[in-house]
Design a protein around this ligand. Structure first.
Ligand code: C2G
Length: 138
């Protein structure tokens, strides 16, 4: 039973997210997704359109996802890897070589998958012409 873990905000769930989750699940048998709480998003300089509970509900409906847990801070990843007996942490390539993931190599495999081009939550918000204050995102 190969166990995979990934992190994200997963706001306005779109096919870039789904393709990441699909490829991550294909690398093992069980996929844990840690989604950022609203409070942690604020620390990341992000303001999600959907709140944590809604984003969690939507992710739990995705066939590739086996468990959704909260991401509350930058420091929890090593504990998550141990708690959920993770073999591989998978992230999109925008995180390639980020020390916050590279540090996990002492505990598990770390794999970066190509981001899906042409789609992002920020782009969706802009194209939907959401009010400027809704665009508050790094
Ligand atoms: N992603 C992707 N292709 C896109 C958009 C996103 O592959 N077009 C991937 C990202 O690389 C990430 C995941 O989908 O692995 C979730 O993306 P976000 O919700 O933007 O997550 P992020 O804000 O990068 O949060 O501790 C790490 C952070 O919580 C990651």
């Amino acid at each position: 039973m190969k166990r995979i873990l990934t992190y994200g905000t997963y706001d306005l769930l779109h096919y870039g997210h789904i393709r990441l989750l699909k490829r991550a699940k294909a690398m093992g048998d069980y996929l844990v997704v840690a989604i950022s709480t609203d409070e942690f998003n604020a620390l990341k300089g992000k303001k999600a359109y959907h709140n944590y509970e809604t984003r969690k509900e939507m992710l739990e409906a995705v066939r590739y996802v086996d468990l959704v847990i909260p991401e509350t801070d930058w420091e929890q990843k090593i504990d998550d890897v141990k708690t959920y007996a993770i073999d591989t942490v998978v992230m999109g390539s925008d995180w390639t070589d980020d020390p916050r993931f590279e540090c996990l190599r002492d505990y598990c495999e770390v794999v970066y998958l190509d981001r899906t081009q042409g789609i992002s939550t920020t782009q969706i918000k802009k194209e939907l012409n959401l009010p400027q204050e809704e665009l508050f995102e790094s």
